[in-house]
Design a protein around this ligand. Structure first.
Ligand code: ATP
Length: 411
């Protein structure tokens, strides 16, 4: 392309008027000013944390709820208000927010906390105890209340709970400062892996964030659409449909906001002046494909082989397949690329995991006197899943593989 033809490139794209007023407010990074339908949870949090403003140690709190139920947004909101109020009252109180998915080791967590109080800690190399001591000294250098929010705390616990044990006992050794913790998680069962002492200390108070229903999601979307879109560009069915889809998906506000944004982007790409119902349906499909692609890409190779076996069966006309049929094809695949062949039992476990991830659907069916078996069907779009699987260099040689399918007894 020469310069001349490039001249008009952006001009043409800019000519179409945007239907968005401010698209950024639909992104997950945006923190809304008000949080609808979360008064009870926000009040509970505030009631516990108010002790900090009196110079006392607030109880530790565990916050549970499925993804997209406003846990992070509400906790941040209360944290900001608490800090603002403490400034007004001249009380030293700070809320430190840590995302344990990013900061996922004990060392990095402690180093991060210590650095917040001005300590110079190297990225690696010190014994963890030494970093903890530095943090303790730094916090205790003045009278203050420090609240540590550990978002996605389950990710940290997977690597051991020593740090939580130490933090939960830290107040015994502090003379001037007071520390409390808020753990946030969407995994309701993660405390099962905790040392009982940590479990009871961390869970002094528990706050549950229930899923939103379709009505509540509609309210959230309407408020956000007001600032995100220009007036009158949303067809009347757009918000109800986004809410219905998101409510099916366990009441996830993040998914609803994504749908509302992607639907608008699709309308804009088609140069349409309005977002229609169809754009929401296409957005739903696209988001689902993106999710699947992400999940499939990160599967272990053996699971990918199991999934590829099911897809090959499907391509050969088998829609509901049995574990035995899958195992048969799986063995041929492993043999072909020289991979270890797992036992049928193990392969069945891998299929249960794929079921939990929403990639396939397994139902137990009775085969009369032949006992029971699982019937497996795919819950994901075949072509995009296949592309991701064959993107893996270990599976690439299996592209176009023709399995020998032995017809088993089918009722
Ligand atoms: N009550 C609400 N009012 C307005 N926006 C909300 C509300 N609840 C959630 N949101 C929005 O939905 C998105 C997801 O919320 P948030 O990150 O707080 O969920 P979460 O429960 O922490 O999810 P996860 O467990 O996946 O981290 C954010 O963009 C947030 O702004």
């Amino acid at each position: 392309m020469n310069n001349k033809s490039l001249d008009g490139l952006f001009k043409k794209l800019l000519e179409g008027e945007s239907i968005f007023k401010n698209k950024e407010v639909l992104r997950p990074s945006y923190t809304p000013d008000s949080l609808l339908h979360r008064d009870e949870q926000i009040n509970n949090l505030a009631t516990i944390l108010v002790s900090a403003l009196r110079g006392h140690t607030p109880s530790n709190i565990l916050i549970y709820g499925k993804t997209g139920t406003g846990k992070t947004a509400s906790t941040r909101h209360v944290g900001i208000e608490l800090e603002r109020m403490s400034e007004n009252l001249n009380v030293s109180c700070s809320v430190l927010y840590i995302n344990c998915e990013v900061i996922d080791t004990q060392y990095r967590l402690l180093a991060n906390l210590a650095r917040h109080f001005g300590e110079d800690i190297p990225m690696t190399g010190w014994p963890t105890d030494q970093v903890f001591t530095k943090f303790k000294e730094a916090v205790n250098s003045k009278e203050q209340v420090v609240i540590i929010v550990l978002d996605e705390i389950d990710k940290l616990v997977k690597k051991g709970d020593d740090v939580l044990y130490n933090l939960s006992r830290i107040n015994i050794e502090l003379t001037r400062a007071k520390v409390s913790m808020i753990g946030v998680s969407n995994d309701l069962k993660f405390t099962e892996f905790l040392d009982p002492r940590v479990k009871s200390s961390l869970g002094e108070e528990e706050i549950i964030f229930p899923p939103y229903d379709a009505e509540q999601i509609s309210d959230i979307l309407r408020e956000r659409a007001e600032i995100a879109y220009k007036g009158d560009v949303l067809d009347s069915m757009v918000i109800p449909l986004c809410s219905a889809f998101a409510a099916q998906e366990h009441g996830d506000a993040r998914r609803a906001l994504d749908l509302l944004r992607v639907a608008g982007e699709l309308a804009e790409r088609e140069n349409k002046p309005k977002v229609e119902e169809d754009h929401v349906r296409s957005a739903q499909e696209r988001i689902e494909i993106d999710r699947v692609v992400e999940v499939v890409r990160t599967l272990p190779t053996q699971s990918k082989l199991v999934l590829y076996s099911i897809i090959l069966l499907r391509k050969n006309g088998y829609h509901n397949v049995t574990t035995g049929e899958v195992y048969n094809v799986y063995r041929q695949l492993c043999h072909n690329i020289d991979m270890d062949i797992l036992t049928q039992r193990r392969v069945t476990d891998l299929m249960s995991e794929l079921d939990m991830l929403g990639i396939l659907n397994a139902v137990v069916v009775s085969k009369g006197r032949y006992g029971r078996t699982k019937e497996i069907s795919l819950s994901v779009p075949i072509d995009s899943t296949l592309d991701v699987l064959l993107d893996d260099y270990r599976l690439k040689p299996l592209s176009g593989f023709k399995p020998v399918i032995t017809s088993q007894m089918r009722l």
